[in-house]
Ligand binder design. Structure first.
Ligand code: MG
Ligand code: ZN
Length: 219
């Protein structure tokens, strides 16, 4: 068992070193970068689709979309206005790691962009363990997933800089106790910036888009 733990630790250490390389590369190009994580169906691609048109003529955006298979998400990002959209197919892996991001960065001239959006593989467990080298980590929770997710997936909630609460238009139809959810978040991550919004109605999207623009200005 001890042997197994040290192998896992070595993999994570190697990943962290490469993530640091990615970070330096992204930063020296003056690009602001975010890593969007969530369970499947929470609305990662939908958020990107709603965000990109609102950034038009303000920021030049590249997306890197991770999925086990298909290029559906990169195609949607390109259709929504991403100047470059690269799909990573993990071939079964349930998360992105720094090596995969490194490979995707090789396909981009970062100096041509202001913002890099990385869409991680839909998963509430291991993406939290694999740093990529992005500036900010964003978690999307969605109302239909239920209000108990901070309690069940603390690792994911603990490490993120921003929390998007998507599908708030469904609150009248779902038993989702916002106070219970927020108490769970508060214990794990009291500093997190929260954006309740609906990708369907557009409610709340302006605050989210402003957060991106303000951070991109600083990068
Ligand atoms: Mg997606
Ligand atoms: Zn995984």
């Amino acid at each position: 068992m001890t042997q197994r733990v040290s192998v896992v630790e070595n993999i994570l250490n190697a990943n962290d070193r490469l993530a640091e390389e990615n970070r330096v590369r992204i930063e020296s190009a003056g690009v602001f970068s975010i890593n969007i994580m969530a369970s499947p169906g929470a609305g990662k691609t939908s958020l990107i689709e709603q965000t990109l048109p609102r950034l038009k003529d303000k920021l030049r955006v590249a997306t890197i979309d991770g999925d086990i298979a298909t290029s559906i998400d990169a195609d949607r990002a390109a259709a929504a206005g991403a100047q470059a959209a690269i799909q990573i197919n993990t071939g079964g892996d349930c998360h992105l790691d720094a090596v995969m991001l490194h490979g995707a960065l090789n396909q981009l001239d970062l100096t041509q962009f202001d913002l890099l959006i990385v869409e991680n593989v839909g998963n509430l467990v291991c993406p939290a363990s694999f740093k990529l080298g992005t500036h900010k980590s964003v978690l999307i929770a969605s109302i239909p997933e239920g209000d108990d997710k901070p309690y069940k997936y603390p690792g994911m909630y603990r490490g993120v800089d921003a929390l998007v609460i998507n599908k708030i238009d469904l609150l009248p139809y779902v038993n989702f106790r916002m106070d219970y959810f927020e108490r769970g978040v508060q214990v794990l991550n009291p500093e997190v910036t929260t954006f309740p919004l609906s990708c369907r109605t557009g409610e709340g999207l302006d605050a989210w888009v402003d957060w991106i623009i303000q951070n991109a200005k600083k990068a």
